[in-house]
Write a protein that binds this ligand. Sequence first.
Ligand code: NAD
Length: 489
Amino acid sequence: MRIGHIVDGCEVDSLSGRIFTSINPATEEVLAEVADGDDQDVDRAVRSSRQAFDEGPWRRMPPWERGRLIGKVAEIIRRKTDELAMLDALDCGKPLKDNKYGDIPVCARIFEYYGGVPDKFRSVVFPSETGLFNYAVREPYGVVAGIVPWNYPFLNSCIKLAPALAAGNTVVLKMAEQTPLSTVELGRICLEAGIPAGVVNVVNGGPETGAALVRHPGIDKISFTGSTSTGKAILRAAAERVLPVMLELGAKSPSIVFADADMQQALAGVLFSGFFNAGQICTTGSRLIIEESVAGEFLEKLAARASRLRVGDPASEQTDLGPVVSRAQYERVGRYLALGEEEGARTYLSGGLRHDPSFAKGFFVWPAIYVGVRPEMRIAQEEIFGPVLSVLTFKDETEAVRLANGISYGLAASIWTSNLGRAHRMAAAVQAGIIWCNTVEYWDPSVPTGGQKQSGLGEDFGMEAYRTYTKAKSVFVNLTDSRLEWGPQ
Ligand code: NAD
């Protein structure tokens, strides 16, 4: 399979002819040869988006028409669910059933939601002195660079694209080098929906391509999802040109279980949040913070269920855990597994890089659980992005809050308790942008989500994301013939 960039309505090779390969992480076989973008390719894509914004019909068309075309993207996504689900299964290793029944329908809903927004977002008129008409409108920024990671390829691209388009921007998308296929398909879908050429361009490539996009003078806003370290580098580069940046970054989210929780519910939630998508979700509940009195029994049941999770071919609907995305990620998880033991934590479930003869190929990692973890250990502080759970215990609510907040991240937390007052107290006390009480990993395109602390700046989803892709303009109009009286007449 050969995959190009999407520029100005066409699928094109790199100007240099350079390619990279995308690897199927379950088989380690080459899945596609992909055009590898450099500065010239980025320049070509940004110029096309610039022209589409400055001269094209996109921002000038009636808002309902822009909304209708965005809604059309949703229709096509629904029609292509099976194909899109399979692309992310093959390219990323995400289990097919998660894509088919989870991500892809959510992506369609995202475009449906934002398709309904453009003709409903109102400007504000301010009460003012007689003779003055004061109002504020929100305008699109212009060309938005959307730079996204591999862990939810299609979903991450849709989350950036839909609100930016609804607001009237044009977009250059860059997916991570590990998983380019479904984002290029998204570019094709936008064209099929009738979105004018140049409004959505897609450039493939790695960190260098991303950096070229960030420093390109034709970019008006950067929207980035990825690791905190890359987010900081982008923020530094953007400071040069005072470019607005929105960031969705890394995390080390806690699942906090109290002794008064419904244990079956908590067990299911901790298992899901800890190991779903092989622990490669920004909101993965990778720290279990559990009340000491129930920890023993809970862990026994958790480990029993985790060890029965079906690891295997992501293209099979029977699979719970596919491989992690790449050899680099596999090796990174392996380093953290070794580190856990070096730091003095105890292996409770020794999944990890188990070498099963029936898995001669592929970057498979089995669920692992560490107990005896101290809050300062690196396996309790750093994002591993694999199916590895670090367990800490607490005696009371104050200690639970201290452990949950004792970290530089603040993206999400799940709280498991049957005490309603405690649920609300914890929701207020825990420093995270998303709090789930007695549920977890639940998303809704209409509800804004964003990170606190080093987990991000700004919000995805909801009207907040729409606003993120607009800037305010205030207009003061003198309706009278009066003049300013100042200085000698
Ligand atoms: P990453 O930061 O390495 O890469 C993300 C993207 O940035 C890729 O497209 C990459 O090519 C590009 N990039 C890398 N260096 C760049 C640079 N200097 N300038 C511009 N672009 C550059 O992250 P990753 O390893 O691909 O993804 C995993 C991370 O993403 C995790 O930390 C995870 O928590 C985070 N994530 C966060 C959210 C959220 O909503 N907060 C959602 C998904 C993933």
